[in-house]
Design a protein around this ligand. Structure first.
Ligand SMILES: *Cc1c(COP(=O)(O)O)cnc(C)c1O
Length: 385
């Protein structure tokens, strides 16, 4: 089986990076659960020496995700945070990074509490506004770190505009594409130099693995990431690599249903008298709806809405039955959460307020259940508000 170079996205999801196993013909990449490989003779081996450095199951996943993102090479890590650590590992002391202000909390913590100790500098700006983004650049800026859409208020950044600014200043652009997945948005097509994911979310899609991946485009990044992955050693295990490979096979069809359910729930909530506001890039009321239509192939399964107060949010969240009260996102099952006290509890209150994370804000990760069952659950829980 040879994959045609013009294969389309859903075909790449299922086949990219995977050949039938040469020794048995097994259609599914085996879990190569081994720490080392026997060498034929001194200095002669099959390309595999030690499993931190090379593992066939991990290599298949890396090739698969690289193809999905339209990049040249992928590197899988033990978590999304380990992938972000890898993506920032080429920075050198004194460097300055411009970051989306509403970035994932763990990213903010890594930058502020760990990387700052190494004389790295970070500015957090609303990258949804290209004028603010550009004015944050200094002569020391070597990286622009973008998240779009953001969590939990679904703000967008114009990827083509942002990469043009970064490159004009001699900086590289890194995009955390966890929220959209390559089914909806492929940042490399808009000029991104590195794209990364927490595979824990949509790529794996079944809430049963923690992992991360970085996809690179340029020789220097690819060489460095190969070296760094082996040197720092935070690799994804063979079993988790296999789980994520199994997940990406259904990415195209899962995302199509996440889009349908996300939009249906957003429209349902926007029309409900007890809901003050809905944040969803697929609604014409979203201030960047036109940009969403331009750079995304669908609007995804993430949405947030405002209930007005902590008390109303509490009553509502204590009544939902089908939607599970939990952190995380991107799985086939719908999750619901309260950002101010859960995912964003460690963000200082004044920063929370600036981003729009109020005590009445509720976030949904719409799964792929029958959407009428999800609406019925929201309806009965809203009755309690
Ligand atoms: C979850 C998440 C991460 C961190 O990934 P882990 O797998 O939990 O380490 C990074 N970025 C975004 C946008 C996420 O949602």
């Amino acid at each position: 089986m040879k994959l045609d170079p013009s294969a389309r996205f859903a075909t790449l999801c299922i086949h990219a990076g995977q050949e039938p196993d040469p020794s048995t013909g097994a259609i599914i990449m085996p879990i190569y659960q081994t720490s080392t490989y026997v060498q034929d003779a001194l200095g002669e081996h099959k390309g595999y020496e030690y499993a931190r450095t090379q593992n066939p199951t991990r290599a298949a996943l890396e090739a698969n995700v690289a193809a999905l993102e339209g990049g040249r090479a992928g590197f899988a890590f033990a978590s999304g945070m380990a992938a972000i650590g890898a993506a920032t590992s080429r920075l050198e002391s004194g460097d300055h990074v411009v970051v989306t202000d509403n970035t994932y909390g763990g990213t903010f913590r890594l930058f502020e509490r760990v990387l700052k100790r190494y004389d790295l500098h970070f500015s957090y700006v609303d990258t949804g506004r290209l004028d603010l983004l550009e004015s944050a650049f200094t002569s020391k800026t070597t990286m622009l770190f973008i998240e779009t859409p953001t969590n939990p208020v679904l703000g967008l950044t114009d990827l083509a505009g942002a990469s043009a600014i970064a490159h004009r200043h001699g900086a590289s652009m890194v995009v955390d594409n966890t929220f959209a997945s390559p089914a909806l948005q492929r940042p490399i097509e808009f000029g991104a130099d590195l794209v990364l994911h927490s595979t824990t979310k949509y790529l794996n899609g079944h809430s049963d693995s923690v992992g991360g991946v970085v996809v690179a485009q340029h020789d220097a990044d690819i060489e460095w990431l190969r070296f760094y992955q082996n040197a720092a050693g935070a690799i994804l295990s063979p079993f988790d690599s296999w789980l994520v490979l199994r997940g990406t096979k259904t990415l195209a069809i899962r995302m199509a249903q996440h889009n349908i359910n996300g939009l249906a729930l957003a429209e349902y909530l926007a029309a409900h008298p007890k809901v003050e506001h809905v944040f969803y890039p697929g609604l014409p009321s979203h201030p960047q709806h036109a940009l969403a239509r331009r750079q995304m192939k669908g609007f995804g399964g993430m949405l947030s809405f405002e209930l007005g107060s902590l008390e109303r949010a509490r009553r509502f969240l204590n009544r939902v039955r089908l939607l599970a009260l939990a952190e995380s996102l991107g799985g086939v099952e719908s999750l619901i959460s309260h950002p101010a006290t859960m995912t964003h509890a460690s963000v200082p209150p004044e920063r929370r307020a600036a981003i729009g994370i109020t005590h009445g804000l509720v976030r949904i990760s719409a799964g792929i259940e029958d959407v009428d069952d999800l609406k019925a659950d929201l309806a009965q829980a809203l009755d309690a508000v």
